[in-house]
Design a protein around this ligand. Structure first.
Ligand code: FNR
Length: 193
């Protein structure tokens, strides 16, 4: 039976008008064209409290965090586009990763991320495209056992970069983002197919 990679794409920004959501969607479209099954997740739909193990002990595991774990476990690949907040990951993204990394019932610590393949991107209205957060995101994902593809993309001046149809106005950049998504799918096929 042929293997179909399942890839989860999301933005590190909760904002409804998030530019990173557009970037994640573009890469996801490339993965879809390469034969992957895609899920677009909006982390805003899974609000999680700040991780506090006292609260976990008192009230149990947060249901949205548990749902995020389930969603992660149902996928082999990740496409994450995130803004840079003060030269690092947004707190909401780090908090979601922290929650998902914890043991919960049958789910062992760290197992939600282990051996997944990820493509990472950032986007910012600024001229550096949020590139400073990518090494931080790579470090966090790597310690959790994610194979993060070597190439990464930072989209600068993102507020002017996409047209009304959600296509990057620079067709070369649009193709590179789609290729990035496709590379996650192709790497998964090589590893697991
Ligand atoms: C920012 N922004 C920002 N941009 C950047 O290039 N480098 C930075 O260090 C920061 N720091 C920062 C901190 C905080 C708290 C906020 C709210 C914003 C601006 C950020 O890139 C911009 O708001 C993006 O549009 C956010 O991405 P989304 O929401 O459009 O995906």
């Amino acid at each position: 039976m042929s293997y179909t990679p399942k890839i989860l794409a999301f933005s590190g920004s909760l904002r409804s008008g998030s530019f990173n959501k557009i970037v994640a969607r573009t890469a996801a479209e490339g993965a879809r064209k390469a034969g992957a099954e895609i899920t677009l997740l909006d982390l805003k739909e899974l609000p999680m409290p700040l991780y506090d193990s006292d609260v976990v002990e008192e009230k149990g595991f947060d249901p949205n965090a548990a749902r995020f774990q389930e969603i992660l476990l149902a996928h082999d690949g990740l496409l994450i586009s995130t803004p840079e907040y003060n030269a690092s990951l947004p707190g909401a993204l780090k908090n979601a990763i922290d929650w998902a990394s914890r043991a919960n019932g049958e789910i062992k610590m760290g197992s939600t991320f282990k051996n997944k393949v990820a493509g990472i991107m950032s986007a910012s209205p600024g001229s550096f495209g949020g590139i400073r957060c990518l090494s931080h995101l790579r470090a966090v994902l790597s310690i959790l056992g994610v194979i993060v593809l070597p190439e990464e993309f930072a989209i600068s001046a993102v507020h002017q970069a996409f047209d009304d149809n959600g296509a990057h106005k620079d067709s070369k950049m649009h193709s590179l983002l789609e290729q990035h998504g496709a590379n996650v799918a192709e790497t998964l096929k090589k590893l697991r197919g």
